[in-house]
Design a protein around this ligand. Structure first.
Ligand SMILES: Cc1ncc(COP(=O)(O)O)c(C=O)c1O
Length: 444
């Protein structure tokens, strides 16, 4: 597909956009000016169907008045309160409310502002815990290839995406190993739900343990379902196996649930969906329905208690952010959790999942589709790459989707990822898939 040549708008020049092809965007912008429920409004007035909940975060749909009102009320009552050596009620209330829906035993919550910060916080907690527990030599981290854990130095080090590390490779965390990813197209294509084959890929952790020594490894971090690198669903038994190996060797298991949390898979968290409880969970995005920056690192009680016991008096954990548990974000979080509960949105996602699965896999015969993957209300559609130009076909699909079919999708390499707000209707699921099909018929 050829992009018309348009002179860049000079008023767009000052902003350096994140994870964006800045020059291409400024030559042909995609500008959003409003949103409501399942739709964005573009600056030319078009209604854009949101197929990705913004960026995997707007699980209850856009501009929900309850959340907006809670943020406005907080802004008028207590605009800011320092979180260091001071408290304010809504951050405590939100921590308590979160604990109610977290897996049993994960009873403590540390707030930050983004998934990246939640991940770096988890890595620091792992080190602090082992030190407090009398095993200070446990310092290594194990991540997984194709894992995305944000953009902090910790997150990109344990992450498994070369593009995100290339420019910074000289200064990554030094003691990190990676498990293989779980995507195995030779054995698993067009699988509905979890692939049956591949649980043994978790055994690679035993190889790392044998090579490094169990007593040197602090934690393993994985996304239960890898989202950003194209919806990689874990094989049946894989997460259970990781859990067992971690237990055997005293290694902490961290689930990065920034995407899989808050009903995306039809349960509050992936931990409950898969029946595997990690030692720590990182949350963000859906925690405020995307309406305010907030993230959380949630830990087992034993971790919190051990770190607190390590210091007789004074600060036990030297870490925190100016905006940890910010009053506006905490208010947004409280209103969001109420909304999820009142509207039964997690159960709704579970109910819609089979309908979603069928509609998504209905795209099997659409042009260029070489694989489709799904779980809960997440879908990945992998396209055949263009010869010598990987990623360009999916990117053209993304642009065509916005400009020609009025739908927002997300692409990574040659994979389209879909993750709509959990309020999507059955008719809108059909509509979304119809638009995606037409997009694929447009791209060459
Ligand atoms: C699994 C996972 N972890 C961490 C992050 C980073 O979150 P943030 O962009 O809020 O820093 C993301 C963002 O997409 C993510 O998907």
């Amino acid at each position: 597909m050829t992009t018309p040549t348009v002179m860049p708008d000079p008023s767009l020049e000052a902003l350096w956009m994140p994870f964006t092809a800045n020059k291409a965007f400024k030559a042909r912008p995609r500008m959003l000016v409003g949103a409501r429920d399942m739709f964005y409004r573009a600056d030319d007035g078009r209604q854009i169907l949101d197929g990705v909940a913004g960026l995997w975060c707007v699980n209850a749909g856009h501009c929900r008045p309850q959340i907006a009102d809670a943020i406005a009320a907080a802004a008028r009552t207590l605009d800011y309160a320092p979180g260091f050596q001071m408290g304010h009620p809504s951050s405590f209330a939100l921590a308590n409310k979160l604990v109610e829906i977290l897996p049993k035993g994960i009873g403590h919550v540390f707030f930050s502002n983004s998934g990246s910060e939640a991940v770096d916080t988890a890595l620091k907690i792992a080190l602090a815990y082992h030190r407090a527990n009398g095993e200070p030599e446990r310092v290594r981290f194990v991540g997984r290839l194709r894992g995305y854990h944000g953009v902090g130095f910790g997150g990109i080090s344990v992450g498994g995406i070369d593009f995100n590390k290339k420019a910074y490779a000289a200064q990554l965390l030094p003691q990190v190993d990676h498990l293989p990813h779980t995507h195995d197209p030779a054995r698993n294509t067009f699988v509905q739900g979890q692939p049956w084959k591949g649980a043994e890929l978790a055994d690679d952790l035993e190889r790392i343990v044998a090579e490094r020594g169990a007593g040197t490894i602090a934690a393993v971090i994985v996304e239960p379902v890898a989202g950003s690198t194209g919806v990689l669903v874990p094989p049946v038994g894989y997460l259970e196996r990781l859990r067992a190996i971690c237990d055997k060797h005293g290694i902490l298991l961290i689930f990065d649930e920034v995407i899989t949390g808050f009903g995306r898979l039809g349960a509050p968290f992936a931990a409950q969906h898969f029946g595997v409880t990690p030692d720590m969970m990182t949350l963000a995005k859906g925690i405020t329905n995307g309406a305010a920056p907030l993230a959380a690192t949630c830990v087992r009680d034993r971790i919190y208690e051990t770190v607190l016991a390590s210091s007789e008096r004074g600060i036990e954990f030297f870490h925190g952010y100016t905006y940890s548990g910010h009053p506006l974000a905490a208010a947004a979080g409280l209103a969001t959790l109420d909304l999820y509960a009142n509207e039964g949105l997690f159960a709704r996602a579970a109910q819609l999942a089979p309908i979603w699965e069928e509609a998504l896999h209905g795209l099997k015969d659409a042009p260029y589709v070489i694989d489709i993957r799904n779980l809960g209300l997440v879908g990945g559609i992998e396209l055949e790459p263009r010869e010598g130009a990987p990623g360009t076909r999916a990117f053209d699909a993304f642009v065509a989707a916005f400009h020609e079919e009025d739908v927002m999708i997300r692409v990574t390499a040659d994979i389209i990822a879909l993750s709509p707000p959990l309020i999507i209707s059955e008719a809108q699921i059909e509509d979304l898939m119809g638009r995606v099909r037409r997009v694929l018929e447009r791209v060459k």
